[in-house]
Design a protein around this ligand. Structure first.
Ligand code: NDP
Length: 411
């Protein structure tokens, strides 16, 4: 057993907390820390109400500013936690990683580090922050698993599985993320609007023909015909996993595609063109200074409020093309999740569910030694089978569609 510290108390943390509790026979004492301790208390209450702990044990809330490395390290020591699941905002990654290196605790997150005032950085994004501490992790024998949500995360494992088991050479990896669900609001983002919009205001980087290519958001679109969710329009989007998969598979084109409806694109375009998505302060006629993006966030629905009425399904997966036995071959490895099922199980919508279950599987694999590699790794650097096998059992089953048909995968 290894005690576990969850950092953050948002939508993803709620799922992580429930899944940790359902598996605390492997994970031991559980702790959750965020700036606002009342949010941690609410999550613990929801766990006791919906999931219960698998075995009797500790689940405690703590107030923490996770940008303060010394405070994070002190909490890790005080709670005896050997695993830290960082699902706070991406602004806290580096300070939490530093605390793990200092204390020897295993680290994981689900997104690349970001700085508040930098909108779009030069690729590969991991190279600007996390990978700079690779040697420090190795020297301290610290396991740090980067980007272990769904995308990035599970989709990285799908790419590795396709390359290892289904193809002899890989020519392209196209990750497709479709949310065919409906939240019933006129407009809302599915997670923090600040993070969500930042993802789409910068340059769209993809890795093609052995080099970084730049496009604008909504410039390149493609209609996919997918299992369960059907025909869906997706747009090439900048995303974390392109920045690590291109490092491991430099000979392959690596692209990320996200589904958007026309309504989302219209609203986004209006907000952006008016300057309302800017993080630069502006002065009102009355002399008040406001940050437009913060105002937009304040008037939009709180993403966590969407969960009770969310219906429909998500389909996220990898089209991986290459050759097998000298012939062209293609596989689509994917997962289907249902918003209502997620709500019934853990009180969250499907997007938080798909992001929150994988880090718990990773924590369980660290606790039992399978993924406790004592160094920094992206998900595709690790054996995907134990991870995907565990995900089959705890809520995110893997399927494959290829020349042999459409079927569930077991490991
Ligand atoms: P939320 O905005 O709902 O929650 C973020 C949490 O981080 C909040 O509880 C907030 O605290 C906390 N936080 C922010 N700053 C600090 C700080 N300085 N100290 C302590 N706590 C802090 O985000 P989500 O739950 O939606 O997302 C969490 C992470 O997961 C993000 O990094 C996001 O990018 C990532 N993600 C990854 C996905 C994937 O598939 N890989 C998919 C979706 C999200 P408080 O509320 O107490 O102020």
């Amino acid at each position: 057993k290894k005690n576990c510290l969850i950092i953050g108390a948002g939508g993803v943390a709620q799922v992580v907390a429930h899944k940790c509790a359902q598996n605390n026979d492997v994970l031991g004492d559980l702790h959750i820390a965020s700036r606002t301790v009342s949010k941690c208390d609410e999550i613990i209450a929801s766990v006791h109400e919906k999931s219960a702990m698998k075995v009797d044990g500790v689940f405690k809330a703590h107030a923490l500013d996770a940008t303060d490395t010394a405070a994070v390290a002190a909490l890790i020591r005080e709670t005896g936690c050997e695993i830290v699941i960082n699902v706070g905002s991406p602004f806290v990654n580096m300070s939490v990683l530093e605390a793990c290196i200092e204390t020897g605790a295993a680290y994981m997150d689900t997104a690349i580090h970001e700085e508040q005032d930098k909108i779009c950085e030069t690729p590969p994004w991991y190279g600007n922050y996390e990978w700079k501490r690779r040697d420090a992790c190795k020297y301290a024998n610290v396991t740090a698993i980067l980007g272990v949500g769904f995308d990035p995360g599970v989709v990285n494992a799908y790419a590795r599985l396709a390359a290892d088991e289904y193809l002899d050479s890989v020519e392209s990896i196209d990750i497709v993320d479709i949310n065919a669900g409906s939240h019933g609001k006129w407009f809302s983002t599915n997670f923090d609007p600040e993070i969500n919009f930042r993802e789409f205001t910068g340059t769209v980087y993809s890795w093609q023909n052995g080099a970084w290519q730049s496009n604008k958001m909504f410039e390149v679109g493609h209609e996919y015909d997918l299992p369960v969710v059907g025909k869906q329009k997706a747009y090439m989007t900048g995303h974390d996993e392109v920045h690590s998969l291109s490092n491991r598979y430099p000979e392959a084109d690596v692209r990320f595609w996200m589904g958007f409806g026309d309504h989302y694109i219209n609203v986004f375009t209006v907000l952006k063109n008016l300057g309302l998505l800017s993080e630069q302060p502006v002065k009102t006629a009355e002399g008040q200074e406001v940050i437009p993006l913060k105002v937009v966030k304040a008037v939009l629905p709180d993403p966590s409020s969407l969960a009770p009425d969310y219906t429909g399904k998500t389909c996220i997966g990898d089209f991986v093309k290459g050759t097998k036995d000298g012939k062209p071959a293609e596989v689509f490895i994917y997962n289907i999740s249902d918003h209502k099922d997620a709500y019934n199980e853990v009180g969250s919508q499907g997007i938080s569910y798909t992001a929150g279950v994988p880090p718990v599987a990773a924590a369980m694999l660290i606790a039992n030694g399978t993924w406790d590699v004592g160094e920094m790794a992206n998900v595709e650097d690790l054996d995907p089978k134990p991870f995907l096998g565990l995900l089959n059992e705890i809520g995110l089953p893997t399927r494959i569609k290829d020349a042999d048909g459409d079927r569930a995968l077991t490991f």
